[in-house]
Write a protein that binds this ligand. Structure first.
Ligand code: KG4
Ligand code: ZN
Length: 350
């Protein structure tokens, strides 16, 4: 069974062809066209530009993906597409492209929740997670903890009350002059620089809930960089930007690891899945593996950031569970987490 995955929720256009074989899923093509260069001038994603870029990029990217996969549109069995959450214009471009393709090819289309898609990146490299498991979902717009009783049955345990972890990386990188996108720039700067030398806040670390908050950290770094510290003269900080980046990264990772550990303890789950772009961060990956008393599964780094393969995987699973879309499918910028579907096996087979 060949599944086409289409992802256009933000500033990456993703097209992938996933083949479900009796031996397991095989990724035949996975192309991501990043719009970073276009948005970098504005230090953030400009929604209208994102939509227009998706529109221009999708047709040739599909052609290349099909060529990589060695098949034609007629050889596809299913189209999976991100329905939300995300930028409404960007989502609409991908959704309409997917519906047109499915209609013209006479194959079904299935809508995918972008965050559940991130989780399904874990099914693209062995071993797939066994339920029950806890998921730490850390993307540019979301920071959440879920408890899953099956691969399509998630309940949210906690979420950020303001900025997401990725947003904190991006905004703090901007104020440190590290450029856009901020997460990769911060982790590059942090490499080899001294950690735990500056006293940045760990927001909500000791709060008993599983919620997060990162906007206070951003403000603390802003004051620090401005030299605006209580009872001290207003002077620029003596440390290098790299040292500040390393300390910020460690502050964010401290909170993420502590809350993931708490979620595992509260639920009794023995498996932790990582998902989302921030999971590409080396310190986070290493410390979750070292400090969580659980089997820690994280996707390969290139599958942590937005891509079509994760959408194909999640779409295939939802299709197998009976979920169907039709030509009335609409984009949903604030799509809620789907209702749990229980009793679905963890293996991804045709
Ligand atoms: O999941 P994703 O690709 O897109 C969304 O759905 O938002 O996540 C993008 C986020 C951005 O905030 C980006 O700065 C962050 O992931 N990110 C990282 C790293 N790579 C990407 N954050 C920290 N360290 C990284 N290596
Ligand atoms: Zn994402």
């Amino acid at each position: 069974m060949r599944v086409l995955g289409i992802e256009t929720s933000c500033d990456e256009t993703g097209v992938a062809v996933l083949d479900l074989t009796a031996e397991g899923p095989r990724l035949l093509a996975n192309l991501v066209a990043s719009q970073t260069d276009v948005h970098a001038a504005y230090r953030g994603v400009v929604p209208e530009l994102a939509s227009r870029m998706h529109e221009v990029t999708l047709p040739p990217l599909l052609d290349r993906a099909l060529a990589d996969a060695g098949c034609t549109a007629g050889g596809l069995d299913l189209v999976a597409v991100t329905q939300g959450p995300g930028l409404v214009g960007a989502l609409l471009v991908g959704l309409n492209f997917a519906k047109a393709l499915a209609y013209a090819s006479g194959i079904p289309v299935v809508p995918v929740h972008h965050l559940e898609g991130h989780l399904w990146a874990n099914w693209l490299g062995p071993p797939p997670p066994d339920a029950p498991f806890v998921t730490l979902l850390v993307s540019g717009g979301h920071t959440e903890l879920w408890y899953s009783t099956g691969p399509l049955a998630h309940r949210r345990l906690g979420r950020t009350r303001d900025d997401a972890a990725g947003e904190a990386f991006d905004k703090i990188a901007t104020l440190l002059g590290l450029g856009y996108p901020g997460g990769p720039a911060m982790s590059r700067a942090a490499e080899g620089a001294p950690h735990r030398t500056l006293d940045f806040p760990r927001p909500m670390l000791h709060d008993p809930s599983l919620d997060f908050s990162f906007s206070g950290l951003k403000t603390a770094v802003l004051y620090h960089v401005r030299g605006d510290r209580p009872n001290e003269p207003t002077v620029p900080p003596p440390e290098s930007v790299d040292e500040i980046a390393a300390n910020v990264q460690t502050a964010i990772v401290d909170v993420l690891v502590a809350k993931a550990r708490r979620a595992l303890k509260l639920t009794g789950a023995r498996v932790l899945c990582g998902a989302g772009g921030v999971m590409a961060n080396a310190e986070l990956r290493a410390r979750l593996a070292d400090e969580c008393d659980a089997e820690v599964l994280v996707p390969p780094r290139d599958l942590c950031v937005d891509n079509g393969a994760m959408i194909a995987a999640a779409g295939a699973a939802r299709f197998a569970a009976g979920v169907r879309g039709d030509l009335t499918l609409n984009a949903h910028p604030a799509l809620p987490l789907p209702d749990p579907i229980e009793g679905v096996p963890c293996a991804l087979v045709p």
